[in-house]
Design a protein around this ligand. Structure first.
Ligand code: WTA
Length: 686
């Protein structure tokens, strides 16, 4: 995304406008967890044993024998022979070390009510709910589905599952009933924890009704637990087969549940994400590698300390919330914040009010949120004392330099470093970002890959911040930008991101689908014969003169709407399911706040040509029903034809350009070039 993609107009001083690089203040560097620039070299020289540094942040029931087992690549295994429990690491050990009364979770509901769980409280409730889950029949390795919004019972249920060795599969609360059913069926899940409802902009939403509708599409007999979030606001829907969370916890109050020792490679959770095909992918993360990686990156990149109040504004229904609201921060024993509602309720200063009230140290959010803040104006942050902030972060999509600088000035008061962290559901944790406290010159040479070696010697010359560019790969991570042949591109050139060595937080496979795992991530650039495995994240990027990586966005059929990852094929299959629609193409078009927005181009069937309004309504409904409001199309355009190549392939690129209002370029290779102007006129006419 470049600076001229029509983002909200904001004033920036000329001085900031011109400044290209930024360094962290000395005061930050002095107190940082990781500030020694040698960390890059140390990781490179000791790879893969360098990852012991991550594993050392955890408490192991059984020490591991091997850091990396690569005999069956790309089915890598990490910390093999080791045993541990994630809930023990996130709770018990902090309590044992005297942090019983430290706040673990500080929660604020949208209506303003607050709850604080100390580490002691959290452990008690997790144990009670773990005991209840066991009583319901949950056994080790049973997948428990959690379909809840941002309420404390969500992380409690996650940790209760982890305690008894039952992998959780969290389904984002904004997803539809159908999406819930698809995920439960795919994971063969027999347990669901959900809630009656939650608040959005002051309204109580009925969530249980959606869950019930989803359950009608689930093949298994399901045991359901319902959290009473709304009290008397709505009748507390329980239904005949559901259990009340509050009652279960009260019945098991004071229970002591021994944390189950899990093998490092045992599954901690499943997380469904969108890919190129219509079917969501069940990304499998493990106990040892994932927890070590999220703890390490929380420590090194987010500079999390036990005495901090740390806030990541993501929803726990996505990977960012798993890794950087729940597991990473709690493994480090810090105070992690959760907010239930929207940032503009009751007013547009809600987040800044929370920062001020809770004296938040670190604030981690998405560029789409920053673009909204910019649009709303500086008066909202200016109403509040944000001086407690020490570090800022972004994740989820590229951040344009203007938004970066606005964030730096108006939220960080030019005192807080910003980490722009590139990673994915599949990577488990951050992969490409500057380390916030390292700003010394590095004498490393930028050279070619070592002969036969897995690591390259392209050390960043300096680890300063460059707005718009995520930065160098983290120590120990061999991310590159390559051309179609897999050769590294030259400075200034664009190509594709690859990761040329494994890392502990990586996904291990797609749930019960090893074949698709290889196909999706390990075929494009790997050399199977030579047993050389290269991970392909399907992102485009540019490599800068100083080896910084600027991410350009997805190169597959995944779009990024407000930091949410959506598969265009999933949306397409919903639309073509509508009676009267013959064919459809879904693409992402530029949007000044959302980053990208969903555009649908559809061909009506014979006899439906004059019924656009009716088809539009049905198509809209189909998308909401199959995915949810996050996928709501910005525009649905009806056309007698879609632009196609002579071989009959839809020219999606062209449709993207139309949606974004960009130049259309050469259309002469199309079978039906005349249709392009017709479609473009329709979009522009709206
Ligand atoms: C995009 C979210 C640019 C990227 C953690 C990736 C980013 C996809 C950044 C993964 C960033 C994430 N700069 N793009 N800092 N971080 N992305 O799985 O396209 O929801 O492939 O994980 O988000 O989305 P996911």
């Amino acid at each position: 995304m470049s600076d001229d993609t029509g983002e909200p107009e904001v004033e920036l001083e000329a001085r900031l406008e011109e400044q290209e690089t930024f360094e962290p203040p000395e005061s930050f560097v002095e107190q940082a967890n990781v500030s020694d620039p040698d960390v890059y070299e140390e990781f490179e020289e000791n790879w893969p044993d360098c990852w012991e540094r991550a594993a050392d942040l955890l408490s192991w029931d059984e020490e591991y024998d091997t850091v990396l087992e690569d005999g069956d690549a790309p089915f890598y295994e990490w910390f093999t022979g080791g045993e541990l429990n994630a809930s023990y690491n996130c709770l018990d050990r902090h309590v044992e070390e005297g942090a019983k009364n430290r706040a673990a979770i500080k929660w604020e509901g949208e209506l303003g009510e607050t709850r604080t769980y100390t580490y002691g409280d959290l452990l008690n409730e997790v144990e009670a709910f773990a005991a209840a889950l066991r009583d319901l029949g949950v056994e080790e390795d049973d997948v428990v589905t959690l379909y809840m919004p941002m309420i404390p019972e969500l992380p409690i249920a996650m940790l209760a599952c982890a305690r008894i060795g039952a992998p959780h599969s969290v389904v984002f609360a904004g997803f539809s009933a159908d999406a819930l059913a698809t995920r439960m069926n795919s994971a063969d899940s027999e347990y669901l924890v959900t809630c009656d409802g939650y608040y959005r902009r002051g309204d109580a939403l009925n969530h249980k009704e959606k869950a019930d509708k989803g359950l009608r599409g689930v093949e298994n007999d399901v045991q359901t637990v319902v959290v009473d979030r709304l009290g008397d606001e709505l009748t507390h829907f329980l239904g005949a087969d559901a259990h009340d969370y509050g009652e279960l916890v009260a019945e098991h109050e004071g229970a002591s549940v021994e944390p189950v020792s899990r093998d490092a490679e045992d599954m901690l959770f499943l997380m469904y994400t969108s890919g190129t095909t219509g079917e969501p992918k069940g990304v499998k993360h493990t106990t040892g590698g994932y927890l070590a990686y999220t703890a390490w990156t929380s420590h090194a990149v987010l500079d999390v300390k036990p005495e901090d109040t740390y806030w990541c504004t993501a929803d726990i229904g996505w990977i960012t919330g798993h890794s950087y609201i729940v597991y990473g921060p709690l493994a480090l024993g810090t105070t992690t914040m959760m907010y239930e509602g929207t940032p503009d309720y009751p007013e547009k200063d809600r987040l800044w009010d929370l920062v001020e009230k809770n004296r938040v140290d670190t604030f981690y959010t998405a560029p789409t949120a920053i673009r909204s803040f910019m649009k709303w104006g500086t008066e909202y942050p200016e109403r509040h004392d944000l001086s407690s902030l020490r570090l800022l972060g972004t994740v989820g999509e590229p951040i344009n330099p203007r938004a970066w600088k606005w964030y730096y000035k108006h939220i960080g008061d030019e005192e807080c470093p910003i980490v722009d962290t590139w990673w994915q559901t599949e990577t488990g944790g951050m992969m490409i970002t500057t380390l916030p406290a390292i700003n010394e010159m590095k004498p490393g040479s930028a050279g070619p890959p070592l002969p036969g070696g897995m690591m390259i010697t392209t050390l960043p010359a300096i680890n300063e911040m460059k707005p718009g560019s995520a930065g160098p790969p983290l120590p120990g991570v061999d991310a590159r930008v390559v051309d179609a042949n897999g050769d590294e591109v030259e400075a200034g050139q664009a190509g594709y991101v690859t990761v040329n060595n494994p890392w502990p937080g990586m996904l291990r496979t797609l749930y019960q689908n090893d074949e698709r795992f290889i196909e999706e991530y390990w075929t494009e650039y790997s050399d199977e014969e030579a047993d050389e495995w290269v991970y392909f994240p399907e992102d485009g990027a540019k490599i800068d003169e100083d080896d910084y990586i600027t991410i350009l966005g997805r190169v597959d059929d995944v779009i990024n709407v407000s930091g949410h990852r959506l598969g265009t094929m999933e949306i397409e299959s919903a639309v073509v399911g509508v009676e009267g629609i013959a064919e459809a193409a879904v693409v992402g078009g530029d949007h000044d706040v959302k980053g990208e927005a969903v555009y649908v181009y559809a061909i009506p069937e014979d006899g439906y040509e004059d019924r656009h309004a009716e088809l539009e309504e049905k198509a809209m409904e189909a998308v909401l029903d199959s995915i949810g409001p996050i996928a709501r199309p910005e525009e649905i355009v009806f056309t007698p034809e879609l632009p196609k190549t002579r071989s009959g392939k839809i020219m999606r690129r062209l449709l993207e350009n139309i949606a974004s209002g960009d130049e259309l370029g050469d259309t002469s290779t199309l079978r039906n070039p005349e249709i392009v102007d017709e479609i473009a006129d329709q979009v522009a006419g709206d």
